[in-house]
Design a protein around this ligand. Structure first.
Ligand SMILES: C[S@@+](CC[C@H](N)C(=O)[O-])C[C@H]1O[C@@H](n2cnc3c(N)ncnc32)[C@H](O)[C@@H]1O
Length: 304
């Protein structure tokens, strides 16, 4: 997870925070005393939302520092202006406000870091409960498995779903391969695989799905598997050793078999995708034109 902020976006964030913060500060002198902690709580909450939903982990510390400088400056300027315009008495209150402005983004960043430590795999993989936000019926409106993977799958095929999660594609692929086919659903999180199994039972396709728990650094699949098609949807960016992933996928794919990689927008850069193509080439996977997928970047490969 995480979006790499550009400099222009840092500036935009700074402006947004400055506006919110100066508004809170001006209100400080109108609102009763007890509302002050609420103002700091608000800014911490807004920062937390930014850290949580937008920023790449390696940028979180620099963003916290940057916002602290911006908010500290806004607080300082506001206090001076208040002093000049309404003859506000610069007392201990000003220092409390300044200190609050400087530390709140750090507190928000700290809370977020602790929260991430508590997540599975240090927050580097999608938590199981988060998967419900994108693996649901609404997604079918914008991502139709029939259109995305249907062209590469026929009845009787053996296919693999790498980082299958709760099985958005595994279940659909189990219907596509039919009674004689098989889906190897691979994930490193037990909770995801349990969720997938429950859904497979509900859809009556559990006997076509082979559930396989892998480790973080290897798919741990037998190379004797002869797979016709491999899908890695929204998972490659979470795999630490991507080169090895391509090597392992290439080993299980039949000659002429296809490998479709789909990544969510904002999670991978052009450089990341070029690297995927490079790894693929190294392991005998030729690039082909990929289908377009809503809110995604896709790559399609064929085993030579
Ligand atoms: C964002 S979810 C995508 C789930 C599903 N493919 C989809 O499109 O809805 C990413 C999945 O990749 C799995 N994953 C992360 N790192 C992995 C690894 N090294 N090997 C296998 N699976 C991994 C996570 O556990 C998670 O279930």
């Amino acid at each position: 997870m995480g979006y790499k902020l550009k400099w222009s976006e840092y500036v935009l964030l700074a402006v947004i925070f400055a506006v919110i913060y100066s508004w809170i500060l001006v209100d400080q002198f109108v609102l009763p005393e007890y509302m002050r902690p609420f103002a700091f709580f608000m800014i911490a909450l807004v920062s937390l939302i930014f850290f949580f939903f937008i920023v790449k982990p390696e940028q979180q510390n620099s963003l916290a520092g940057f916002l602290s400088i911006v908010l500290g400056s806004v607080a300082g300027v506001t206090i001076i202006l208040q002093h000049m315009i309404v003859k506000f008495d610069v007392s201990y209150k000003a220092f409390i406000i300044l200190a609050g402005a400087v530390v709140t983004p750090f507190i928000a960043g700290g809370v977020y870091s602790v929260y991430k430590i508590l997540l599975p795999y240090g927050g580097k993989v999608c938590p199981w409960w988060h998967a419900y936000t994108f693996d649901n019926k609404l997604r079918l409106l914008v991502q139709n498995p029939e259109k995305i993977v249907g062209p590469y799958i026929k009845q009787g095929d053996t296919v693999a779903d790498i980082g299958c999660g709760l099985g958005f594609f595994s279940i659909a692929m189990a219907n596509m391969v039919g009674q004689e086919g098989k889906v190897i659903a691979v994930d490193l999180q037990e909770k995801m695989l349990e969720g997938l199994y429950r859904r497979a039972v509900k859809s009556n396709v559990e006997n076509r799905i082979e559930i396989h728990r892998c480790s973080q650094n290897s798919l741990d699949l037998s190379i004797n598997q002869e797979v016709d098609f491999v899908l890695a949807s929204y998972s490659v960016h979470e795999v630490p050793d991507k080169r090895k992933l391509f090597e392992e996928v290439s080993k299980i794919l039949k000659t002429g078999g296809k490998f479709l990689v789909s990544e969510p927008l904002g999670h991978v850069s052009k450089k990341d995708l070029d690297e995927y193509v490079e790894f693929a080439r190294e392991f005998n996977l030729k690039s082909l034109e990929a289908v377009k997928v809503f809110y995604s970047k896709t790559l399609l490969f064929e085993k030579n």
